[in-house]
Ligand binder design. Structure first.
Ligand SMILES: Cc1cc2nc3c(=O)[nH]c(=O)nc-3n(C[C@H](O)[C@H](O)[C@H](O)COP(=O)(O)OP(=O)(O)OC[C@H]3O[C@@H](n4cnc5c(N)ncnc54)[C@H](O)[C@@H]3O)c2cc1C
Length: 414
């Protein structure tokens, strides 16, 4: 697979771009792999990549029922931050954010990481106290954040109305190295590297059953035939419950639709990401100029990948108060994804009751930002049976009541 560089672009320009190779292969499934990963979203692909890169395990297949990155990875609003409250969360999200800083170079694929800064607005006294506390916790965790006042908020984002009638802006938790990245490119970059390492990324291959031998997993049944494996990783976000059911156990996961929308493209007017958790909305401006807007999750379980219209209205109505200028924008597109919510709003990276079967899910409304860190840790867990990054995120925490409560940091905004 060729190396992408400025020189390669110039070279191809002189030969009508006929020399580019396919970014990844489309192989037929083999009979057996050492490791099979179900789900070619960001987390599944990153797991495969770090299995190869960090642990030398390359006889790996990633099976995807649709197209790679077509799940939540290609549907999210791409906010990247690591300003979580609990130590275990801050560790894995900060690991991910740090890896994002050099991911384009690492993958030789431009993932367009843009550390433009993320602010979480405090619009009630309660939030002021909460975010001050998070800023202190982050200082102890080595995560760079600070609590800023309304003047600085206005300076960083002039289109905000800080004297809003219902919810004036009282300050914000500011993470200067948070930002965004191009979601498809993250999936494509990892897929390309996996393919380059000789792994099989197989699209249009749905897993319909899980086979066991004694107490261990032995393979999967797919729409393209049976495949044997030594180890199996389930990384399917909102479909995790179905896959667990196939293997004979249950997960503490609920699946709900979470939706987003974009406006018509306009001139650059906002170069930071703003999250307004009290009014339930968040916004950034894409490189194309669209205002990218996200809201809350549906209040009922479903698999629609659409989201309800009432939520669109609620989100836009709430945001207009803080960003009055968006009242004059036309909205272009709206879509949804099926997110996998746990009770404590923290992920599950864990072994399961079935031997050699591992599960990575529960990222809910906020897993895009975690992709590199999650892949790093989950690959280590699958390769060695333990990983410091994943240690706190086991399934046993639900039995033992050892929750990692991130309902404020992760339950609403992203
Ligand atoms: C509207 C919206 C906005 C969001 N905004 C943000 C944000 O700003 N920041 C952030 O950090 N996170 C955000 N998220 C959350 C983030 O998108 C997810 O947490 C993350 O993408 C999950 O990645 P994944 O790889 O686990 O899942 P996915 O990308 O969903 O990948 C799972 C894959 O598994 C496949 N699959 C399912 N069942 C099977 C089967 N039986 N066989 C084979 N394949 C199967 C699916 O087709 C899918 O491609 C948002 C999500 C949504 C929906």
């Amino acid at each position: 697979m060729g190396h992408y560089s400025a020189l390669a672009v110039v070279r191809e320009a002189f030969r009508d771009h006929r020399g580019w190779q396919r970014a990844w292969q489309s192989p037929e499934p083999r009979r057996r792999y050492d490791v099979v990963i179900v789900g070619a979203g960001g987390h599944g692909l990153a797991t495969a990549y770090y299995l190869g890169k960090n642990h030398g395990i390359r006889n790996v297949a990633v099976l995807e029922k649709g197209w790679l990155g077509g799940g939540n990875t290609g549907r999210n609003t791409t906010i990247i931050r690591s300003n979580y409250l609990q130590d275990a969360s801050a560790a894995i999200y900060e690991k991910a954010r740090t890896l994002y800083e050099t991911l384009s170079q690492d993958l030789n694929y431009n993932v367009m990481f843009s550390p433009r800064g993320v602010m979480m607005l405090a619009q009630t006294e309660h939030e002021v106290r909460g975010y001050r506390r998070t800023a202190h916790a982050n200082a102890l965790q080595g995560v760079e954040t600070e609590f800023i006042g309304p003047g600085r908020v206005k300076e960083l984002c002039p289109i905000i109305e800080v004297r809003g009638p219902r919810y004036p802006v009282l300050g914000a938790l500011w993470q200067p190295r948070g930002g965004t990245a191009r979601h498809d490119a993250v999936a494509w970059g990892y897929a390309r590297k996996c393919s380059e390492m000789g792994m099989d990324v197989i699209q249009q291959c749905e897993v319909t059953g899980i086979r066991t031998s004694g107490s261990d997993v032995s393979g999967v049944v797919t729409t393209r035939g049976d495949i044997d494996c030594g180890k199996l990783g389930i990384v399917v976000a909102g479909h995790s419950g179905h896959l667990a059911d196939m293997a004979g156990f249950r997960l503490p996961i609920e699946s709900v639709a979470l939706q987003a929308l974009v406006s018509e493209p306009i001139k650059p007017c906002m170069d930071v990401v703003v999250m307004a958790n009290t009014v339930h909305g968040y916004m950034s401006q894409s490189d194309k100029g669209e205002m990218v807007i996200g809201g809350g999750a549906d209040g009922f379980n479903n698999y629609t990948q659409r989201g309800s219209f009432s939520h669109v209205e609620e989100t836009v109505r709430a945001l207009v108060e803080t960003f009055p200028m968006i009242s004059r924008l036309k909205m272009l597109r709206q879509w949804g994804g099926i997110v996998d919510m746990t009770g404590d709003r923290s992920p599950i990276l864990s072994g399961t009751p079935v031997g050699n079967l591992f599960v990575n899910c529960g990222w809910g409304t906020g897993g895009f930002k975690a992709i590199p860190g999650s892949g790093w840790g989950f690959a280590e867990l699958m390769a060695k049976g333990e990983s410091p990054l994943c240690a706190e995120f086991g399934l046993d925490r639900f039995r033992e009541g050892r929750f990692i409560d991130e309902s404020v940091a992760a339950g609403v905004a992203h």
